[in-house]
Design a protein around this ligand. Structure first.
Ligand SMILES: NC(=O)c1ccc[n+]([C@@H]2O[C@H](COP(=O)([O-])OP(=O)(O)OC[C@H]3O[C@@H](n4cnc5c(N)ncnc54)[C@H](OP(=O)(O)O)[C@@H]3O)[C@@H](O)[C@H]2O)c1
Length: 275
């Protein structure tokens, strides 16, 4: 079953291929979603300081009764925090809010603050500072793995050239209709796992007729086809839902998409900003 599968990262640690996404999960739902996800069999939670539900996610972890070492917890340093000190503080505060002794993975949420994300402003030096704080957290045992999110080839090259630890992952937007193939191939070549965020295009895939036709052919739902597509690309997949029945359905992705259909999905275009 896919829900039990893992990928080995470049540091030798395992990351479960399916995770429970927590963006836009309200505080009042987050504890329940995390607990239900774990009850269903998920072993990976994708959170971020910016999602403002870390405390509730931590509560869900404790309510589930899962042993700490059996669950993979990711959180992210806000895109706006671009100094060593702010990054260090952010990691400590996330640990505190989640109520954990260590994080499995910490990411730089984005290479530039969100309002500047799609500009050419250069944050290379600042990203190195933030990354150094993550490297120190790694040495101190506060985190097991470190990585990046929304990083382009240039942003990754900057880290590789100026830091010691190769990022374990790059978490980027990947869905059927938006496949940044060059960036995925680049990450693979550098032994960096790609995590597909918004694998359902934040709902866009459900409105696509081509996907509906293909899903019917496989006897699956569009979300199942879309999640399976990201997994078959070799990515970790992080769908988000607040519904228990969707948590269950989204984990039923044990089917093979044909090479022809993979190619068609790769070339499907649904508008999305490029990194
Ligand atoms: N690093 C980053 O910058 C970044 C950015 C975006 C997202 N992410 C991560 O990726 C996760 C997922 O991305 P996303 O939140 O954009 O959304 P997504 O997973 O692409 O899509 C979520 C939407 O699909 C619906 N849905 C889920 N499963 C369904 C099903 N089986 N049938 C019908 N509808 C279904 C959800 O509805 P309900 O919620 O109503 O159930 C929600 O409206 C986030 O939660 C976050 O962890 C990271």
């Amino acid at each position: 079953m896919k829900i039990q599968e893992t990928i080995t990262m470049n540091n030798g640690l395992q990351i479960p291929v399916l995770g429970v996404g927590l963006w836009q999960v309200k505080k009042e739902d987050a504890s329940r979603v995390v607990k239900q996800g774990i009850d269903v069999g998920y072993r990976h939670i994708d959170d971020a300081a910016a999602y403002r539900n870390e405390e509730e996610a931590g509560e869900g972890l404790r309510l589930s009764g899962i042993e700490r070492e059996k669950i993979f917890v990711t959180t992210k340093i806000p895109a706006e925090y671009k100094s060593y000190e702010k990054a260090k503080k952010s990691i400590d505060e996330s640990l505190e809010r989640l109520g954990l002794e260590y994080l499995d993975l910490i990411l730089i949420h984005a290479p530039r603050p969100w309002p500047l994300m799609f500009t050419n402003l250069n944050y290379d030096k600042k990203n190195v500072e933030v990354y150094k704080a993550m490297e120190d957290a790694l040495k101190e045992g506060k985190v097991k793995s470190i990585g990046v999110s929304n990083f382009s080839e240039h942003d990754i090259d900057n880290i590789l050239a100026n830091c010691d630890v190769v990022p374990a992952v790059n978490q980027i937007c990947v869905f059927a209709g938006n496949t940044p193939k060059d960036l995925i191939d680049y990450c693979k070549a550098k032994n960096i796992v790609v995590e597909a965020y918004s694998p359902l295009g934040t709902g866009k895939v459900m409105k696509n007729d081509a996907l509906a036709g293909m899903a019917a052919k496989y006897g699956v739902s569009v979300p199942q086809l879309a999640i399976a597509y990201t997994l078959q690309l070799g990515c970790v997949s992080l769908p988000k839902t607040t519904h228990k029945e969707y948590l269950v359905a989204n984990a039923k992705v044990d089917f093979e998409i044909s090479p022809e259909d993979m190619e068609a999905l790769l070339n499907l275009g649904i508008r999305q900003k490029a990194l």
